[in-house]
Each structure stands twice: as structure tokens, then as C-alpha cells.
Write a protein that binds this ligand. Structure first.
Ligand code: CUA
Length: 171
């Protein structure tokens, strides 16, 4: 009885094995769906050529030769930031409340981290690649950015701070 029953799926005898194969198959399909959605619908991609730089020369070539904040107007800002042992350039940023800031961060030496406290910005900074994330600042306050990848003896001293200023005057 049980022998004929068990031939139902893929002709395999052991019901436990069958169950595990079904579970594996479901996981496999789930991962394929997740990767496809993340890659094509949500834009999670490995860095393309635009996001690659030469870590030996990047600090001397624009826009990285002048790291810091760029005001694009309409409350939009871009930050070009260099991470190196053991500091961030620039070490301080100030933006008005309501700003949308896009961070482009790269390293000129070893792997660093860029975590902007109290936001969802948390990036690995790999030499030769530019990590980019955009964040909106709706409330005034201070956010420290810290290196959260061990990068050497000065790692714990590697941080900077971003200040979100309350709107001046009344509007
Ligand atoms: Cu840079 Cu840790």
C-alpha cells in the first residue's frame, strides 16, 4: 500500500526525503523571485562602470578633488565624500531641514564603512567603487557618520558629523 503511494512524487520512496526536496524547491523558487524582483524591479545591482573609480587617483580628479557638499537647488544636495585611514573628507556637513541628500562615498586605501546614525544609511566603502545612497532629513538634529568596518588602529576615531539646521525665518 504505502509503496504504491510513495511513488507519487518523482518516484522517490522516502517521504522525509520527498518533503525536504519540496522545501528546497520552494526555497529555490523563493530566492529566484526575490533576486529577480530586487535586481530588475528595485534596482539592486552590482556597481556599473559609472560607480568604479581608481583609488590611486580618485582624490585628485573632480569631483572628488573637492570633497564636500553641492547645492543642486530645490532642497537637493549631493555629497562627494572620501574615506581614508582614519578620517572622512569632509568631516562636517550642514544642510537645512527638509533636504534630500545623496551621498557618494569612496575609499582611497582600505575598506571602510559609512553609517549615518539614526538613518537607514549604512554602506560598505570599498576602494575602487562608489557607494551611493539618498536620504531625506525632515527633522533638525545631528547625525554622526561613523566607520563601522574595522580599518586599522585608528578605526574608532574615524567619524564625522552632519547637522540638519532648523529653517531660518518663517516659511
Ligand atoms: Cu575606517 Cu574603520
Amino acid at each position: 500500500m504505502s509503496e504504491t503511494k510513495s511513488k507519487g512524487l518523482m518516484g522517490l520512496g522516502d517521504p522525509y526525503e520527498r518533503r525536504w526536496m519540496v522545501v528546497s524547491l520552494i526555497l529555490l523558487i523563493a530566492f529566484m523571485v526575490i533576486v529577480t524582483v530586487a535586481g530588475f524591479a528595485m534596482g539592486f545591482q552590482v556597481p556599473d562602470d559609472d560607480a568604479r573609480v581608481d583609488p590611486r587617483t580618485v582624490a585628485d580628479s573632480p569631483p572628488w578633488s573637492e570633497p564636500g557638499l553641492r547645492d543642486l537647488g530645490n532642497g537637493e544636495y549631493t555629497v562627494y565624500m572620501i574615506a581614508r585611514q582614519y578620517l572622512f573628507q569632509p568631516p562636517q556637513i550642514t544642510v537645512p531641514v527638509g533636504s534630500t541628500v545623496t551621498f557618494h562615498v569612496t575609499s582611497v586605501d582600505v575598506q571602510h564603512g559609512f553609517k549615518l546614525q539614526d538613518t537607514n544609511v549604512n554602506m560598505q566603502i570599498v576602494p575602487g567603487e562608489v557607494s551611493t545612497l539618498t536620504v531625506e532629513f525632515d527633522e533638525p538634529g545631528q547625525h554622526n557618520y561613523i566607520c563601522n568596518e574595522f580599518c586599522g588602529v585608528g578605526h574608532t576615531a574615524m567619524f564625522g558629523s552632519l547637522t540638519v539646521e532648523a529653517a531660518a525665518g518663517g516659511n
